[in-house]
Every structure is written in C-alpha cells, then in structure tokens.
Design a protein around this ligand. Structure first.
Ligand code: HEC
Length: 135
C-alpha cells in the first residue's frame, strides 16, 4: 500500500514536470529563417508596418497607442530610442517579440487572434535588429 502511494506520487510529479516543460516549449518563439542580405528600415521594415495586411498604423499613430509607427521617421526614432530594439540581444527586443505569436500584451488588444507577420517577415525584423537597426 505504501509503495503504491509512492509510485502514484512519482507519476503525479512526473506529469506536472512534463506539463510545465510543454508550456515552456509552446511559449518559445519558433526559430525564424536566417536572413543574410542587408536589411534597412526604410527599404524593408517600414513597408511591413504600413502594409494593409498588417494595419499596424491603424492603432500605432501620432496620438494613438505607443509606439508611434505612422511615418518612416517617427517609427524609426521611436523604435530605436524608445527601448523597443536591443541590438546586443536582438531576439529579446520588444519590437521583435511584439510581432510574433508569443506576444499577448497587457490588454490583449494588440492583434487579437492575429494575423501575425509571416515567419519570413518576422525574420526580416530580427535581421534588421541583428545588423544594427540601420535607417
Ligand atoms: C488593434 C490595434 C493594434 C494593431 C493593429 C497593432 N497593435 Fe501593437 N499594440 C496595440 C496595443 C493596445 C498595445 C499595448 C499592449 C497591450 O495592451 O496589448 C500594443 C503594443 C505594441 C508594442 C509595444 C509592446 C510592449 O510590450 O511595449 C509594439 C512594439 C507594437 N505594438 C507593434 C505593433 C506592430 C509592429 C503592429 C503591426 C504588425 C501592431 N503593433 C499592430 C494595438 C495594436
């Protein structure tokens, strides 16, 4: 009887440990394809933010939700000086995380249910940060 209880407890602990492992796995962003071509804000990033498919500027504009992404200059300045981009640890940049499905935000109003940027668009943003976030 005593042995049975111990085994039961072990199984329970195992199941809980496994459960939390799986949770961590689901939370981790998928590894993006690596982009090696030169990526700049004006040529590659700003067009993504204004694309009709993403509508970032519907919410993120002057007087709207921070960061202000409405013009090329305001978006570049806010993202690079407002703490949204971390060139020493690109994948932990708020700007990058915010466009991946792991991001939920505090209000849940940021992209409720998607659509998120495509994997290759996410990779373009990561490459831009990795290359030093050039204008
Ligand atoms: C429907 C409105 C809406 C759209 C569309 C939207 N956002 Fe947001 N965004 C928000 C809100 C609201 C927040 C604040 C976080 C929250 O409360 O969920 C936010 C937060 C952010 C943040 C800051 C995250 C932080 O933790 O500080 C970034 C960066 C961002 N959005 C980028 C984008 C980009 C890039 C797009 C387009 C791909 C986009 N957003 C589209 C509403 C939106």
């Amino acid at each position: 009887m005593r042995n049975k209880i111990t085994l039961h407890h072990l199984l329970l602990v195992g199941a809980v440990a496994l459960g939390s492992c799986q949770k961590e796995y689901v939370k981790a962003p998928p590894p993006p394809p690596v982009i090696t071509r030169s990526v700049t804000f004006t040529a590659d990033i700003y067009p993504l933010l204004t694309a009709a498919a993403h509508n970032c500027t519907d919410c993120h504009n002057s007087g709207g939700q921070a960061p202000d992404l409405s013009t090329d200059n305001s978006a570049f300045t806010t993202l690079t000086t407002g703490g949204y981009v971390n060139t020493s640890s690109p994948s932990s940049s708020t700007f990058y995380i915010a466009v991946t499905p792991v991001y939920t935000g505090s209000s849940g109003q940021m992209y409720p249910g998607g659509p998120y940027l495509t994997t290759s668009e996410q990779a373009t943003i990561l490459a831009w940060i990795t290359q030093g976030a050039q204008h």
